[in-house]
Design a binder for this molecule. Sequence first.
Ligand code: AMP
Length: 451
Amino acid sequence: MNFDALPLDPLLAQAAKACGYETLTQVQAKVIPTALAGRDLMACAQTGTGKTAAFSFVLLQRLLNQPRAIGQLSALILTPTRELAIQVADSISRYSQFTELTTLAVYGGANINPQRKALARGVDILVATPGRLFDLLGQHDLSLETVDQLIVDEADRMLDMGFVRDIERTKRLLCVSHSTMLFSATFTPEVKALATKMLDNPEWINVTSASSGPQIEQKIYPLDARRKAELLAELIGRNNWQQVLVFVNTKESAERLHRELKLDGIKNAVFHGDKTQGARNRALEQFKAGELRVLVATDVAARGLDITALPLVINLELPDEPQDYVHRIGRTGRAGLSGVSISFVAKQDETALGAIEALIGKTLPREVQPGYEMGAPLPARYRELDTRVTSKAAQPKRGKGQKFGSQDGRRGQSRAKAPQRKAPQRKTSSDKASNDKARRPSSDKGFRGKR
Ligand code: AMP
């Protein structure tokens, strides 16, 4: 089905065209006609299937149909994270670019005053995270009385994050006769219960079948836990990868990998919960613009981030929650494009891998990388380090100013092997051993902490 076939205002059809959209995605073909007819709905659609445009075109069309004052707050979209709020607001602004309708994103971690002033000037559509929405309602006289369209995006994530009360409270503050659309990547019993409670005679839409989901080739690279960063740097160089999103479990792991890759001359940035919103936005923009080869992220980036045509996601560490695996790999293979996900799996990750395979209902192919066979003797430099660590155990601790990794005397030396732009000749095992000696080993030890 094409956008032309929808009863959309010409200004919206023009915007769809300007975005390069011709054919409706499956979720759009099901959601847009139903919701335009005025029904509440619960849509279960995997990430990357075009659900933002599905609800955005509906809400914009309804706003254009209504006799209403421009700048009167009429639609509210709740999102679980700041990144998603910003992204959704950007998308709606693109879809409404030829109209007078205005959209604002409000979220925590940023100064509330500019958001409050923008609201006071008048906006038609508000995209909000629950915490900031309630700050604005409580302290800054925001009223939702004129809002007659509510959209809850990533409802499953909202429930995971404990926002169920906030959603229910929000609903009570809206115009009495309002419509509601719930979107969720998964359809858990909790999501079903929320939908049943919140929606009025809803249409249930499910487009999560294998054929509608993203086309992602998923692979497992088994290896020794200590060699994950080393293999990553080697693969980036050998395959000339230019845009890789790498997931780790904690902010400490992220910072550590960031340093490792930097030592290898690989341009990268971190994206985790301890970074300011500004730093996260900058990292994301640079990564999207191709200025960084690697973005090292924790699960704060696993949901909602839309990076056009991202080819590759790597799980350097497997997530504790199998569901997060699905969200992480969903950053690639979006909008009908294909993508690849590779998970580095050490012996201690096998239980987590089992839970993931049980969730997705398939066994993923294992591809051992030459030189990284499990159980093979470790390269000499790891053995040297082990010996040094053992013999140092009895000695006094390192001085305060001495940094992690300095014990091998490699800090500051150039390690320009990995980021070669052209794929190098495959190394012989003796080449590899001599190369290995020159690299500082990475260890998964101490990779635990907060996200
Ligand atoms: P979403 O699932 O909403 O995050 O959208 C994923 C990606 O699909 C975004 O990059 C959109 O720009 C893109 N997209 C949405 N609808 C269409 C469409 N009908 N044709 C092509 N791309 C689309």
